[in-house]
Design a binder for this molecule. Structure first.
Ligand SMILES: [Zn+2]
Length: 95
């Protein structure tokens, strides 16, 4: 299976993953940070696995804040947590 898949790095585990397996968090030009379910919102983006584990790590290490160089509202993490738990169907993360 050698398809050309865009790869992005998860801010939680720092592994490169196909973009579509990740959730994008984007900061728009107004500096507002939000979960970007389409993956197409303009602005700076950071990616995270659809894994509660990676989200936890990213929160702990403030990796998202650093990646976006913005402070991030708790509401964003709540939304992320929701999309992660909804989407976390293949829990194939072997660590
Ligand atoms: Zn990850």
């Amino acid at each position: 299976m050698q398809k050309k898949v865009p790869m992005r790095m998860c801010v939680g585990c720092r592994e490169m993953k196909p973009k579509r397996e990740l959730v994008r968090v984007a900061a728009n030009s107004a500096g507002e940070v939000a979960v970007d379910p389409t993956g197409k919102a303009p602005g700076r983006g950071a990616y995270i696995c659809r894994s509660a584990e990676c989200l936890k790590r990213a929160v702990k290490s403030r990796a998202l804040e650093r990646a976006l160089t913005k402070s991030i509202d708790k509401a964003v993490f709540d939304a992320l947590e929701k999309s992660v738990s909804e989407l976390d169907k293949q829990d194939g993360e072997a660590l």
